[in-house]
Design a protein around this ligand. Structure first.
Ligand SMILES: Nc1ncnc2c1ncn2[C@@H]1O[C@H](COP(=O)(O)OP(=O)(O)O)[C@@H](O)[C@H]1O
Ligand SMILES: [Mg+2]
Length: 591
């Protein structure tokens, strides 16, 4: 019920339109109620000896009333349609706007398809109900009420018989609602799972193909489809039973009225016209009762969907900055400090960073090395506050990042990830992502410094070339250089490069290294390094292992005091070294 009331809240901006639609609906309904009355009169006038004059007039009146009803109904549908689409628009905006505010932790816990399903299927159900369903419900309800009143005025005794089934209909409809709502909610949930499955299959198509797993994927998908089918059948069975039942009950009243009313006509206590008018009212009840049943179903569906949408809207962003928070200190040059930071990812219970402290002076370059899974990426993600540490603090130029304005903080820190994401847009737009107003010259200059101009110009349309979804058309090394250009263009105070040379050949590596040297100038740089050539770019080196900082110093210092580091340098492949070596303690005592 609370969900339902909240859903009604979405109608608030459309109060006037809703009122107009209601008025139009009432007008149309007035005409509907008038028609049986006119019909009854017309039948009685058959016996008038006026050469069919009154019959003609009444026929004209019926046509008139019908035309008015037609016009009003068209108007109502137009107005209601606008409201419905307006609500869809608002809801989409709100949902998307809210999603943008949510933290990474939220998205990692969600399947893309689930979110898409809420943004489409559930949204449709809500907007249909609020735009059309509600008006139908009011209209049907009033039609039933007015017909009942008219029937009581015309023939109180008959009316009493005719209306006996009504409370039954209400009871049956209620019990239907109680069963169908959870059933429908489950249908929506399974559709969402199906969407998620489909989305993953399409996104992961390369893996599917590479492992020739189409059959298996199809099986999994069929399983999901079956689940939707089965649950939809549960809902359909409920519908199949209840809807005809709701339609059937009024027929009992109909039979009673025919029997009793017919005898009244035979006995001359009732005119034929009066009887037909009454009968027409009774018939008129049946349509709205059905509509009411269907629309109450739509209300159930909308409430179920609304609950799923509110689940997202009610999710508070876990990472917010205080109101009117300042940006990073303006005279700062990019000093980065981690003070005793510990991090546990949301939804897990193992700390991936354990009391890590590091101080990187402004303008310096720090290389982070360590086996995969050591927490290198996690550590650097704390600086732009992609996550917040459980304890400890992260400082940029002396200011705790959690006290800074989030957009300002993030625009002073750029991350080039190990698998950069490119949008379905031109190379130019991808580079200018951080600053869409950048001129062609600026974009070109950034690409130049990232050693990317060479290959970009070799593309079919140069900077205007569209790179496909996820930049599938470019190689990893090319995407990395575009991402570096993107970072250069945003001119951050602190640059973070994750694994930037992990997957490229020697000549690309040299180019990327040159690009890095170029971008490191005049700013603080944190490089997550896997190769000696990249490590060599750094002023100092920190070695992370299993979430702890185990070594920290210059290349020479570490060579001298750490056999472990010497081995990394010799082999150049820290992962391999770490994976086969003895635990740290043994090694330390062995020194
Ligand atoms: N978003 C996440 N949610 C939960 N666990 C994560 C997440 N990202 C990384 N981890 C876990 O944290 C640990 C450190 O990962 P990461 O920082 O990526 O290591 P590295 O970059 O050194 O390879 C790993 O055990 C990884 O499984
Ligand atoms: Mg990593």
């Amino acid at each position: 019920m609370a969900t339902f009331t909240r859903l009604l809240g979405f109608l608030r901006p459309y109060r006037k339109s809703v009122a107009a639609a209601m008025l139009l609906a009432l007008g149309a309904m007035g005409m509907t109620v008038l028609l049986p009355l006119l019909t009854g009169r017309a039948i009685n006038s058959i016996n008038n000896q006026d050469g069919g004059r009154s019959l003609r007039l009444l026929a004209l009146a019926i046509v008139g009333a019908s035309v008015v009803r037609l016009v009003l109904s068209v108007g109502r549908r137009l107005v209601a349609g606008r409201v419905s689409l307006g609500i869809e628009f608002d809801l989409r905006d709100r949902l998307y706007g809210h999603l943008q505010k949510l933290d990474l932790g939220f998205f990692e816990g969600q399947q893309t398809g689930q979110l898409m399903s809420r943004a489409t299927v559930d949204l449709q159900a809500v907007r249909f109900f609020l735009g059309y369903g509600l008006i139908f419900i009011v209209q049907s309800f009033l039609t039933i009420l007015l017909s009942a009143i008219a029937m009581f005025i015309l023939q109180p005794k008959l009316a009493a018989f005719a209306l006996i089934p009504v409370p039954l209909v209400v009871l049956v409809a209620r019990s239907y609602g109680r069963r169908s709502r959870p059933a429908l909610q489950e249908v929506q949930q399974r559709i969402a799972e199906l969407t998620a499955e489909a989305e993953e299959n399409v996104s992961g198509v390369r893996v599917v193909k590479a492992f020739a797993a189409e059959e298996r994927q199809l099986e999994r998908f069929t399983h999901r489809v079956t689940r939707v089918f089965e649950q939809a059948m549960v809902a359909t069975k409920l519908q199949a039973l209840f809807n005809p039942l709701i339609a059937f009950l009024p027929n009992l009243g109909l039979a009673a009225v025919l029997l009793i009313g017919g005898r009244d006509v035979i006995a001359g206590r009732l005119t034929l016209g009066g009887f037909v008018a009454f009968y027409a009212y009774l018939l008129m009840l049946i349509g709205p009762m059905r509509t009411l049943g269907i629309m109450l179903g739509a209300a159930q569906r909308a409430t179920a969907s609304g609950a799923r949408i509110f689940e997202i809207l009610d999710r508070e962003p876990a990472l917010v900055s205080p109101d009117n928070a300042p940006g990073p200190p303006v005279d700062g040059l990019g000093r980065v400090e981690f003070k005793h930071v510990t991090l546990t990812y949301p939804g897990t219970n193992r700390a991936v960073l354990d009391n890590v402290s590091l101080d990187v002076p402004a303008g310096r370059t720090l290389a982070l090395v360590g086996p995969s899974g050591a927490g290198k990426s996690s550590l650097v993600s704390l600086l732009p506050r992609l996550y917040d540490p459980d304890s400890g603090s992260v400082l940029l130029d002396g200011a705790d990042v959690s006290t800074l304005d989030l957009p300002a903080l993030r625009s002073s820190v750029a991350i080039v990830g190990d698998d950069p994401f490119l949008f379905s847009a031109s190379v130019h737009d991808n580079i200018a992502y951080g600053d869409p107003t950048a001129s062609d010259e600026m974009v070109r200059a950034a690409a130049q410094r990232a050693q990317a101009v060479g290959f970009i110009e070799a593309l079919p349309e140069g900077f205007k070339t569209m790179v496909g979804e996820r930049g599938l058309t470019l190689s990893g090394g090319q995407r990395q250089r575009i991402a570096i250009a993107r970072a250069i263009l945003s001119d951050p105070r602190v640059l973070i490069l994750d694994d930037a040379t992990s997957s490229v050949d020697a000549s690309t590596e040299r180019q990327i290294k040159e690009a890095l040297q170029e971008v490191m100038k005049g700013r603080t740089t944190l490089i997550i390094a896997h190769r000696l050539s990249t490590i060599a770019l750094a002023d100092e080196i920190a070695v992370l292992e299993a979430g702890r900082l185990v070594e920290h110093g210059s290349h020479e210092q570490l060579l001298e005091r750490s056999e472990l580091y010497s081995r990394i340098v010799e082999k150049g492949l820290p992962d391999a070294v770490f994976l086969t070596r003895k635990p740290v303690e043994t090694e330390m005592t062995g020194l």
